[in-house]
Design a protein around this ligand. Structure first.
Ligand SMILES: *[C@@H]1O[C@H](CO)[C@@H](O)[C@H](O)[C@H]1NC(C)=O
Ligand SMILES: *[C@@H]1O[C@H](CO)[C@@H](O)[C@H](O)[C@H]1NC(C)=O
Ligand SMILES: *[C@@H]1O[C@H](CO)[C@@H](O)[C@H](O)[C@H]1NC(C)=O
Ligand SMILES: *[C@@H]1O[C@H](CO)[C@@H](O)[C@H](O)[C@H]1NC(C)=O
Ligand SMILES: *[C@@H]1O[C@H](CO)[C@@H](O)[C@H](O)[C@H]1NC(C)=O
Ligand SMILES: *[C@@H]1O[C@H](CO)[C@@H](O)[C@H](O)[C@H]1NC(C)=O
Ligand SMILES: *[C@@H]1O[C@H](CO)[C@@H](O)[C@H](O)[C@H]1NC(C)=O
Length: 313
């Protein structure tokens, strides 16, 4: 069924850029118990230990060489189903929707991808995808975000052989509307991180960025498509620099008292606390967001084909 779903995605005319899955390198075999044993308790390997960086690589910045901060990590100690880059079985894309973010407007990505070096031996790798706040509408809300600006993040998996944690590294920010050429709002990297953390832990109040400390921790639940996730977010000091130097848009996101990157990293540990009693392939293929309504006939056809194939076995 997985290959059929893939075929479906390939055939679907709007799936083109959702097939940011195209960018996703084949996942290596699951890490052996031995390499897992070396995993630091925080649930990821520090990219800088392997020659990587907490700043992404952005094309054509002025001055050249500026990047955006990777400011949220989904720990590799999270439930492994959540770390899979798929919407099936409560995977990462379903998790993103559960806290209000989904794939870009009809998969039409605008702008150049950013690259990150997570110190896992793969060097700089383009983002897996860019995910946007969906205004409460996983199907079309991201179109609104594209036009009006708002919260978004890019993400990468740390899964190269040198540091195979399966942790997901995210560069979150809050950008101005398209008319302002998608600049980031003042303090937009730090605020974007904390609004994401507020959403992913289902807080009723916005997290106060200025009051973060070593004891900051938030826990809450979110759900989508029958899966309920519990996320604990903890803030860590010492991974990211507290700086504006070499940070993209540093002229407009920072001032003399607030740095573009405030030095805090949010680490999320995620588990699935409830899930559908029985998941059938059919139910899952109907839950694919964004373009499902546009490709229903195709889905029906493929589903019929699947049934035919399974009956003939
Ligand atoms: C990243 O994407 C850019 C633009 O699509 C492309 O030119 C570049 O080759 C890609 N880099 C890698 C390492 O795939
Ligand atoms: C959730 O995210 C939205 C969009 O970024 C933001 O406006 C809102 O304040 C966030 N909620 C919390 C509790 O942080
Ligand atoms: C956080 O705690 C570490 C020690 O655990 C300490 O070195 C660091 O100064 C603290 N950072 C802040 C901003 O409080
Ligand atoms: C999120 O929090 C609200 C209360 O603020 C609650 O009603 C809702 O059930 C929570 N969502 C989940 C999935 O627990
Ligand atoms: C922004 O970063 C550049 C280096 O990329 C540095 O020369 C400049 O001083 C920084 N500007 C601010 C306001 O921090
Ligand atoms: C920097 O911005 C913050 C928030 O707007 C403000 O409180 C602070 O006074 C500003 N600092 C300077 C030096 O302008
Ligand atoms: C980060 O740097 C700013 C600007 O220099 C400073 O005001 C702030 O106290 C620093 N934050 C911490 C937690 O040390």
């Amino acid at each position: 069924m997985a290959s059929l779903t893939f075929l479906f995605l390939m055939l679907c005319p709007y799936a083109g850029a959702y097939a940011s899955t195209d960018d996703v390198r084949a996942r290596p075999a699951p890490p052996s118990p031995i390499s897992r044993r070396g995993l630091p308790s925080v649930g990821f390997y520090n990219p800088t230990s392997g020659g990587g960086d907490w700043l992404t690589q952005v094309q054509d910045t002025y001055p050249p060489g500026q990047g955006e901060p990777i400011n949220v990590v989904i720990s590799g100690d999270s439930q492994s189903a959540v770390l899979q880059n798929q919407e099936l079985d409560g995977g990462l894309l379903n998790y993103f929707i559960s806290f209000g973010y989904s794939t870009e407007c009809l998969g039409q990505h605008q702008g150049a991808p950013q690259a990150a070096n997570l110190g896992d031996g793969l060097g700089y790798v383009n983002q897996t995808a860019e995910i946007r706040w969906d205004y409460g509408n996983p199907q079309l809300g991201t179109c609104q975000e594209t036009i009006e600006g708002g919260s978004h993040f890019r993400y990468w998996s740390q899964n190269g052989a040198k540091a195979n944690s399966n942790a997901v590294f995210m560069a979150a920010s809050y950008e101005l509307p398209e008319t302002d050429q998608h600049n980031i709002v003042f303090d937009g990297y730090n605020l974007g991180r904390d609004w994401l953390v507020g959403n992913v832990t289902n807080q009723s109040k916005i997290i106060d960025t200025a009051k973060l400390n070593n004891a900051s921790s938030y826990t809450g639940q979110t759900s989508y498509d029958g899966y309920t996730y519990e996320t604990t977010a903890k803030y860590y000091w010492g991974y990211l620099p507290n700086t504006s130097y070499a940070v993209n848009h540093n002229g407009s996101v920072a001032n003399a008292t607030i740095n573009a990157v405030d030095g805090w990293l949010a680490v999320l540990s995620v588990k699935i606390v409830s899930q559908p009693a029985a998941t059938s392939d059919a139910r899952i293929s109907w839950s694919i967001p964004s373009w499902q309504t546009l490709c229903l006939p195709l889905a029906v056809m493929l589903f019929a084909h699947t049934v035919a194939v399974s009956l003939s076995i």
